[in-house]
Design a protein around this ligand. Structure first.
Ligand SMILES: Cc1cc2nc3c(=O)[nH]c(=O)nc-3n(C[C@H](O)[C@H](O)[C@H](O)COP(=O)(O)OP(=O)(O)OC[C@H]3O[C@@H](n4cnc5c(N)ncnc54)[C@H](O)[C@@H]3O)c2cc1C
Length: 531
């Protein structure tokens, strides 16, 4: 045991200047050490870390124990565990605190197990008992529904991890004095059982969560990382950012940067859609400034409904996919309308144009013009001109866009239009041959430049093959079945999701080559407007 009362902190410096967790823990270590006129000591393992050691001193460390070695440049849990255990055996600290980062959570239980000492995870309060002198802590338990009081036995060090954001760091103070002690240690490479092949920093959000106009947040109710993906997708569809409650972050469904609440970020979006979140006070502390809150929870009594402007009692894992599909259909219909208007130079009112809308949809999806160009088979210059409305792209571009934006082109028409088409069925639905039918999706638009048809070819092996030739260009998107299309003398086979774009002046023959019904959407346009 050391002569002085020593409170040790693990110096996690991977994201030193961004993640201040170690400094928050250090502030607690200093407070506890000062109570007993002891020492706050940071254990710093790494390579070429002198600046970091000085930073710890400026933030309140009395001493930094530094082991500098190239093999310690990257975090490696086996090596770090044994090195720290050796140091603890040699110096005998009283308390050892670690930040509750991924690495801290991995390292702390290993060290505690080897030393056979007690470890309390995710502490929110630490104190030295005035009578016994022992460390006591508070820690949330049972999913945060209770806060447990924790005390340690005699065996030292008393170990604890501290969640990010619970405590404040002590400001940088150049006048603080402390010592940096270089510790020489044989680092045994044989202990490294996992090698870091590469590491990279996750890209920053396009717009900080705190400034986002739309936030879609997910909580434990999203169930798993796949469920949380709906939160991400809805945020993307709406051009918003992703937020999360603590359990979603702890489960690694999203990064800590997206945490909302008392220990995370405070947001002030115009709209917050919060899904599978109960409305715990520590979370709602961060959403007080949201203008409109829409909550989705399957429990009608969930507290979140008390602060929501609009409540949806539903299973979020069913509701979100349905909502996303609805938005996708609407978005395709909207760009098709703007496209029609741009081709016919029709004024449809409002500020939006085809180009502007494409730009905003691209930006919502965080795609660069280069990325959209490669996904649509065009050049960045072409995309730029489309977005500036200086060219009207060919009709085929519309379906390439739908694919790039992951929106469903089969929802080409609004419900209302579908009803109208239903009523006009007799005039818009024709049987061409015994086994081939098509329905116009743009009823009453025979004179318009863009026409869309739903074509069904029955699954008969020996039906009459349909052959066409008409001016303009055509674009076919296969929804189901398998299509053989012969253009001139060349046959092409298309499976569901595949498309073909061709000059419709070329003779084209359609044939269903499978046993099921083949359904496709065909877009056609006369040639005069094509740029
Ligand atoms: C000191 C301290 C600080 C904290 N700081 C924060 C903080 O900054 N931010 C934070 O978020 N938390 C924080 N917490 C944790 C907080 O107390 C709550 O535990 C947490 O916010 C709960 O997250 P949740 O709503 O996702 O999970 P839960 O409270 O478990 O709620 C899940 C909800 O999902 C619903 N649900 C389940 N399945 C479905 C489904 N299929 N469809 C729809 N709904 C469903 C349930 O009805 C329930 O209401 C802190 C805790 C402490 C002690």
């Amino acid at each position: 045991m050391a002569d002085d009362f020593q409170v040790w902190v693990f110096g996690d410096h991977r994201n030193f200047f961004q993640d201040r967790l170690t400094l928050q823990v250090l502030a607690q270590a200093r407070r506890l050490a000062d109570k007993r006129k002891g020492l706050a000591v940071v254990v710093l393992l790494g390579h070429e870390v002198d600046d970091i050691a000085k930073e710890y001193i400026a933030h309140g460390a009395h001493r930094v124990l530094k082991i500098d070695h190239p093999l310690l440049a990257n975090y490696q849990v086996d090596l770090f565990t044994s090195t720290i255990c050796d140091l603890i055996h040699e110096h005998g600290p009283d308390i050892f605190l670690l930040g509750g980062s991924d690495f801290g959570r991995e390292l702390a239980p290993r060290v505690a197990k080897r030393l056979k000492v007690g470890l309390c995870a995710d502490c929110i309060e630490l104190e030295l008992d005035s009578e016994t002198g022992k460390l006591t802590a508070s820690s949330p338990a049972f999913g945060g529904s209770v806060v447990a009081g924790i005390a340690w036995s005699e065996s030292r060090p008393w170990m604890a991890t501290i969640s990010p954001g619970i405590f404040k760091e002590q400001g940088h103070n150049e006048s603080f004095r402390g010592e940096i002690v270089r510790v020489e240690k044989n680092i045994d490479e044989a202990q490294i059982r996992v090698r870091t092949v590469s590491s990279f920093r996750e890209p920053k959000q396009a717009r900080p969560l705190e400034d986002a106009n739309v936030v879609v947040a997910g909580g434990r109710g999203m169930k798993d990382v796949n469920g949380f993906h709906y939160v991400r997708e809805l945020a993307m569809m709406l051009g918003g950012e992703v937020g999360a409650t603590r359990p979603a972050v702890d489960e690694h469904w999203t990064s800590h940067d997206n945490l909302i609440g008392q220990t995370g970020k405070s947001i002030k979006p115009r709209m917050l859609i919060t899904c599978g979140t109960s409305g715990a006070i520590q979370y709602t502390a961060g959403i007080k400034e949201a203008e409109t809150i829409v909550a989705v929870n399957r429990d009608p009594h969930a507290f979140i409904f008390q602060i929501a402007d609009l409540g949806v009692v539903a299973d979020a894992n069913s509701f979100l996919p349905a909502l996303i599909a609805e938005i996708k259909g609407h978005q395709f219909q909207e760009i098709a309308e703007l496209y029609r208007a741009s081709r016919t130079q029709e004024d449809i009112g409002g500020d939006s144009t085809f180009g502007r809308r494409i730009k905003s949809l691209r930006e919502d999806r965080k795609l660069t013009t280069g990325q959209l160009a490669s996904q649509t088979g065009e050049t960045p210059e072409f995309i730029d001109r489309v977005e500036k409305d200086t060219i009207t792209p060919p009709v085929s571009f519309l379906l390439q866009l739908a694919r790039a934006f992951d929106i469903d082109p089969s929802n080409f028409l609004s419900k209302q239009e579908k009803i109208e088409i239903g009523e006009k069925r007799h005039e818009s639905f024709f049987k061409r041959t015994q086994d081939y039918s098509y329905r116009t999706l743009t009823a009453g638009a025979a004179d318009k430049h863009l026409r869309a048809f739903m074509v069904t070819i029955e699954p008969k092996k020996r039906h009459k093959i349909v052959e066409y030739k008409h001016p303009g260009e055509e674009f076919i998107y296969v929804m189901s079945g398998e299509l053989e299309i012969t253009l001139g003398s060349k046959a092409h086979h298309l499976k569901p999701g595949e498309t073909i774009h061709f000059n419709s002046e070329t003779k084209h023959r359609l044939r269903n080559i499978c046993e099921e019904k083949c359904e496709l959407i065909a877009f056609s346009t006369p040639p005069e407007r094509i740029v």
